[in-house]
Ligand binder design. Structure first.
Ligand code: ADP
Length: 458
């Protein structure tokens, strides 16, 4: 059984491994709690402020009313005044003037005027306990309005009382007792609370949506990292396999070359040897391409860029392809004026020409291949163009032509073997030698592959 200590350690480790959990907790707990606390505090302050204003308003009303009270109480006049006050102050639901009757042993009261006349008994009046207590406090605190708060039908109510002293004799002349309903101001405040909590719910929903996205982003990031690792493993494996294939292949080619020197080989034997030789050559090209791809991807291909006279390379490549071209019935020509030196790695420049002329021979069933070169006027570039009258490439395929493993899929190309790596390698090499590669082609008519390299200074 595991101890609580080890559970705790595991829990801490889990949070450490998944730091996004802390972020989640922070967003889901801390932000809403902070929001609720701030809203409550704000509403508390607003309510206290509101009560203070209401209290001083009622106090002022009482003062003005006390000053107005005529020497002789004329109930009709006082009733009218009370009605006017109630009309202008919606929060006031009750307003009475109560007189303490003289000469009594215990306190007896009588309502002189009231907003709710019908609710007041005629003759002696016995105030309810709240009113009674307030009147006692008012007696002890002359000229002050005192307030008691209580709940009635789930609404906050105030009862406020003020003593009006006799002008000369210093004894209480009457009490003003007012009922105030806080329902309206409380409704405004609870409306605010409601909007605040609706906002809170919306914020929480938003946080949940954001967290959902965040979780997906974390998943994608993990997946991407894993894919990168797998991709790297695949590249390492392919490059290692290509290296390992190279030595047995060299042996096969060596023995095939040796066999060619053997005298008296039967015609059938020569034919079979030809097959071995061609397949070994194809395999060698494939292995070279794979190794070039991995070198280029990992930046391990070195370029020794220096001044180079391109015409020699052009002649060499065109001559190398003369036999394969002519054996297919294709003419191959090189047209070049005197050219200045260019800045390239000569081995890689040769490789670019081999790839482009090789493709021209491969994808041209009949017609001709022309290699031309010229200086581009007004620029510091030399242009090399390999034109053929072959299959051509559709505009759509031209868009993806320099991508890795891309091959045009048509009836004509289906019988031609290849990997789709040659043009990607060529384009990368051109780019790394600060050159530019492009294609101009019409499907069914032929293609021009154009490369441009910087001229060397004279
Ligand atoms: P591969 O020749 O091994 O398929 P490449 O990268 O050299 O690979 O070429 C990619 C594709 O571009 C070829 O499969 C072929 O369809 C098309 N292509 C290349 N050169 C030519 C050309 N001169 N004429 C017509 N199509 C070509």
């Amino acid at each position: 059984m595991q101890s609580p200590h080890s559970y705790m350690k595991k829990g801490i480790q889990f949070v450490r491994d998944n730091p996004q959990l802390l972020y989640t907790l922070f967003l889901l707990i801390v932000i809403p709690v902070a929001f609720v606390m701030t809203s409550e505090q704000f509403l508390g302050i607003a309510r206290a402020q509101n009560d203070k204003v209401e209290q001083s308003r009622v106090g002022l009303l009482h003062d003005a009313f006390a000053a107005f009270l005529p020497e002789q109480f004329v109930p009709v006049v006082i009733d009218q005044r009370i009605a006017d006050i109630a009309k202008n102050n919606q929060t006031i639901t009750g307003f009475s003037v109560i007189e303490e009757l003289e000469g009594a042993t215990s306190s007896t009261y009588q309502v002189i005027a009231s907003l709710n006349k019908q609710e007041v008994p005629l003759g002696a009046y016995v105030p309810d306990p709240v009113t009674m207590t307030l009147m006692r406090f008012a007696l002890a605190n002359p000229e002050q309005s005192l307030t008691a708060e209580f709940m009635k039908s789930a609404v906050r109510q105030w009862k406020t009382a003020r003593m009006v002293p006799h002008p000369t004799e210093g004894i209480p002349r009457a009490y003003i007792v007012t009922d105030v309903s806080m329902s309206e101001s409380d409704a405004v405040l609870s409306g605010n609370i409601r909007s605040a909590y609706i906002s809170l719910v919306l914020i929480i929903l938003l946080i949940i949506v954001l967290l959902g996205r965040q979780a997906r982003i974390v998943d994608y990031a993990t997946l991407y990292k894993r894919l990168e690792e797998v991709d790297k493993m695949k590249d390492d494996f392919v490059s290692m396999a290509a290296h390992e294939l190279r030595s047995p292949l060299t042996t096969i080619r060596g023995y095939a070359d040796l066999l060619k020197t053997v005298q008296h080989l039967s015609p059938k034997g020569e034919e079979l040897l030809g097959h071995i030789d061609n397949s070994a050559l194809d395999l060698n090209t494939l292995i070279t391409d794979i190794l070039d791809v991995s070198r280029l991807q990992e930046g391990r291909m070195s370029f020794n860029i220096e001044r180079h006279a391109p015409v020699a390379s052009l002649r060499e490549v065109v001559e190398a392809f003369r036999v394969p071209a002519e054996s297919k019935g294709l003419s191959i020509t090189l047209t070049t004026p005197e050219l200045p030196d260019i800045l390239v790695d000569k081995v890689r420049f040769h490789q670019v020409l081999v790839n482009l002329v090789g493709n021209a021979v491969k994808y041209t069933p009949k017609g001709s291949i022309t290699v031309t070169a010229k200086e581009l006027p007004g620029t510091d570039l030399c242009e090399f163009r390999v034109s053929d009258t072959g299959l051509g490439i559709s505009a759509e395929a031209q868009q993806k032509l320099f991508s890795k493993f891309f091959r045009v899929k048509t009836k004509e190309t289906s019988t031609i073997t290849g990997t789709g790596l040659g043009l990607w390698i060529t384009a990368e090499i051109v780019r790394q030698m600060h050159g530019v590669i492009s294609v101009e082609s019409i499907e069914g008519k032929g293609s021009d592959f154009i490369v441009r390299f910087p001229k060397a200074e004279k």
